[in-house]
Design a protein. Sequence first.
Length: 312
Amino acid sequence: MLQASDLRGIVPPATTPLTESDTVDREAIGRLMDWYLDAGATAIFALGSSSEGPSLTREMRFEVVDACADALGGRVPLLAGVSSPSYLESVLQARRVAEIGADAIVATTPYYFHYGQEQLFEYFTALVAASPLPLVIYDIPSRSDNALDVETVLQLAENERILGLKDSTGNIERGINIVNALAGNDHFVMMQGSERLLGPALLMGYEGAVMGFANACPRLCVAIHEAATAGDLRRTRELQELMNDAFPYFFAAEPGTANVGSIVGAMKTAQELQGLCRRRTLFPARQITDEDVRTIRAYLEPLAEAGWLEFA
């Protein structure tokens, strides 16, 4: 059974490569899995935001997990998102992804409707009890409509089948409070989800990260983790500043927005530039244009010049 210790390090939230007819590109998924692992990834997370998970049909979601599991061949753990407004749907998906090769499930709070903290605690407790696989909580209130209180997280962390939390709140003070309160708990890992907080979070006790930047330059993410884990403040700061300078590439196609066509499109463009997959995203996301590609590439050029990535 998967343990929290298996998730320490960089866990890329994999994109979903598409064919020109918007089917899952299994061949490209195979290339991506090898690329992530060659960079030093400790696990893979499929069907999150970067995967366009909410835009995929149920059948496509299962095919993505199957393709990832097939390509990974057990080399590292595979986490599969099962987030849904429906508890019953999340349970159904949890049971299916367990059958086709996932090692853990990942879930946000149920979105659309608002719930109290007691109901959110009961939701995660019931979900992991009904799942054949352990659970990682995906805390992203900007997308899931429900924020988790610190006390709720600490109560959930007492459940040994809940392995950790991906913190995409952007609130590092809150996260450090959780880290400090969990001192001595070795079966729950705190994972940072915000790129510009990676180095500071790791230095303050987070043990891993799940972030979209690993879809452009996983080697740099791994290097920041290694430097911070070693307590090398100077190196951590140097590498973090390199990431921060490239960070605007996410929004280059649609400045001033957080639209999926810009963010996920930028990740896929970075991968296309490295010969891994097409930059195509699912309708109705705005497609990345050739002009956008030039703008995105300009942000990534310093990383290529520094040897962190290689354009095809």
